[in-house]
Design a protein around this ligand. Sequence first.
Ligand code: FAD
Length: 462
Amino acid sequence: MVAVATIEQFQAGLRGELIQPGDPAYDEARKVHNAMIDRRPRFIARCVNVADVIAAVGFARENNLTVSIRGGSHNVTGFAVCDDGLVIDISRMRGVRVDPAKRAVRAEGGCTWGDVDHATHAFGLAAPGGIISTTGIAGLTLGGGVGHLTRLAGLSCDNLISADVVTADGRFLTASAEENPDLFWALRGGGGNFGAVTSFEFRLHPVNTVFAGPIFYPLEKATEAMRNYRDFMKQAPDEMNAFFAFLIVPPVDPFPAELHNKTVCGAVCCYVGPPDKGEQVVRPLSEFGPPLMVGLAPMPFPALQTAFDGLVPAGLQGYWKADFATELNDELIAGHVKHGPAVPTVNTAMHIYPVSGAAQRVGKNDTAWSYREASYVHVIAAMYENPADTDKNREWVRTYFDELHPHSAGGAYINFMGEEGDERIAASYRDNYQRLADIKRKYDPTNFFHMNQNIKPSNGRG
Ligand SMILES: Cc1cc2nc3c(=O)[nH]c(=O)nc-3n(C[C@H](O)[C@H](O)[C@H](O)COP(=O)(O)OP(=O)(O)OC[C@H]3O[C@@H](n4cnc5c(N)ncnc54)[C@H](O)[C@@H]3O)c2cc1C
């Protein structure tokens, strides 16, 4: 129990709000993107600046409270909220400042990719983020970050120049190649283990109009379409990104009515460069089949980034499993073709994201993110509205994953993982794990920040 006077003192010192059970805002404030998560924190501190974050860390430490950090709240595990403890909610901290001369952006920890894209696009620049604009920059970057610009410019974390961090002891540190380089190394893939990140500075790239959109193929051509995709990606320039998917076409515009609710496979493409060049580069995909639909067009980059937001609104039930793959080998393709067509409900999907091009030119020990030799990460992501559909979605995800797992590269991408245990976490980092555990011991020896894919502080080593 925390004394009323102590709570009042904490509340009076905050610029943001302190929300507690019984407050009208409480139930909304404890919701995350995944509607399966139903945690009841004792306090939610909606921070509006770094001072609030430092105060919240201090309050939790002094009162022995479990802490979680809320960024964009997209993580399928719901680690952004905790039971009984304190949520340090950073989602109101959304300032963005672009420095066009330096080709850099400084974004506060609560920004979504939509916030960053909007600000940088005004300068014809972009930072590599995820494929949905409502995802938080914080969780996505700290876990790695794959998206349409991965091949061109690397993972989101590869583009981090510096980060401001409030550590477990309440210090405010900058992590960069020059300052606290060990912390900087750990933040690039090590998740939310090392402190509350209050702002991120990213390198920007000239990205303006892209030639982009989906191509759908009939299921009867799935094997050939996947092999064609594999061959295409092997020779594609870095400017070309395409992720492969099995999905049910949602019954909404702009999808043609004859495809509504039909299960298809296909690729979502993004070429960065002149549209006529893009049209030419993507031809092996757009002319294969023939496709059921080619939705490619020149568009401003933020239009692509927001194009699929409506398909994954907050409030869907979420259950995901993922693995890396070194190659899209014939065994994996056979597994996909066996299970992909059985996608049970609209919104649920399987995506295969390329992790190649610039992302593979970073060494596997250069950042905490280890799987640099993997060319792909596949995620089998159940997202559906009706809780009554849980059994069939879970069953589909599990059997699909089990079929692919023996042919995958192992490990797991922490941003796509559920609560799968310490072994899977360690397997994601491989020989980077011990170094991460040592850095955790230095910056968070009591494991104060443990609502995450948790790296335990090492004991007695290093
Ligand atoms: C619809 C959807 C689309 C997605 N698309 C992509 C994609 O294209 N590419 C991709 O790589 N991933 C994608 N993801 C996965 C996504 O990267 C992870 O879910 C990520 O953790 C989300 O970050 P967040 O800030 O939104 O989430 P949160 O749930 O708020 O946070 C995730 C984790 O990070 C910690 N954390 C959050 N903020 C901070 C902070 N400021 N400081 C320290 N720790 C913090 C949290 O405590 C938690 O452990 C997607 C997820 C969803 C639901």
